[in-house]
Design a protein around this ligand. Sequence first.
Ligand SMILES: *Cc1c(COP(=O)(O)O)cnc(C)c1O
Length: 355
Amino acid sequence: MNRKHNFGAGPGILPESALQKAAADILNFNNSGMGVLEISHRSKDFEAVLQKAKSLVKELLKVPDTHEVLFVQGGASTQFAMVPMNLLKKKAAYIDEGAWSNKAIKEAKLFGEVSVLASSKDKNYSYMPKGYTIPTDCDYFHITSNETIHGTQVKEFPASPIPVVCDMSSDIFSRPVDVSKFDLIYAGAQKNMGPSGVTMVIIKKDIVGTHGKTLPTMLDYKTHLENDSLYNTPPVFGILVIMYTLEWLKSIGGVEGMQKINQQKFDLFYGEVDSNPMFVGTAAKEDRSPMNACFLLNDSSLDEEFLAMTKAAGIIGIKGHRSVGGFRASMYNALPLDSVKALVQVMKEFANVKA
Ligand SMILES: *Cc1c(COP(=O)(O)O)cnc(C)c1O
């Protein structure tokens, strides 16, 4: 099979080896004569998958013993509500960095007061707000590490006097992070980990169950912590693919090795954007994300022609989000460097044809 150069923003490209193993397991898991989707989630075979996936997360991100890894459902969007439901007593502090943080803010307001410390809305979220002060009178501080739609990334997390909650949906496992600095990290799987339908939460155990409220059972982190993500039927297939994706990640040098490869892809791509007179990047240089690169043709009347040329080269998924326009090249972990080379080649050719 000829795999495409898949620059899609999400669900995104996954490692081929992980897909192959998962595909085989759907038909016959551990030579049991049954597929992985047909066995009990409480069976020994699946229990081993869950524990392996969890231990790989802990190993790769060096998760300290104070924290636990949970697999839940409902996407990162459910976390937008679950976080304030569990942690917001009176007031929470948020940064308004783009479309996703906006949605998180909207949900938090359903459960209490929200103080928006800084916003980059004035420039269509093309940069990351910086230099704000995190107040001590809030229950937690929420930040989005990578704004998928606008192509910006937090390079340095601010020191915080209060618990920190981070949406890492679109750059989890792309670089090392100091998990001990976060009380809660959440990420929908479908950008860098696995299929949609499973959401990973890394939570500091001592903040679980401190809300003093009666919450719906499934929306209380306590339920998932106490039952080791097996209160109800977990997203079995998603957890399986996460396990294989993380095995692949480990084999290429973990998050440290991955960061180096992501940096190569970033340098190659932005090197072209910055030197090719036809194109311009939309994100502020210092905040550019290695995961999602947003760029425009200086002459947008050529957009369709450029898209057609990329398509002919086997490149898909680069049409920009409607709120930014132009193009977005998502370069998630599993996207090979060769795919970025292919895109850069087309950009060069396009400039030659039009010059
Ligand atoms: C994709 C994305 C989401 C939404 O994830 P769902 O799993 O679809 O709810 C939230 N935050 C960020 C940063 C994202 O990239």
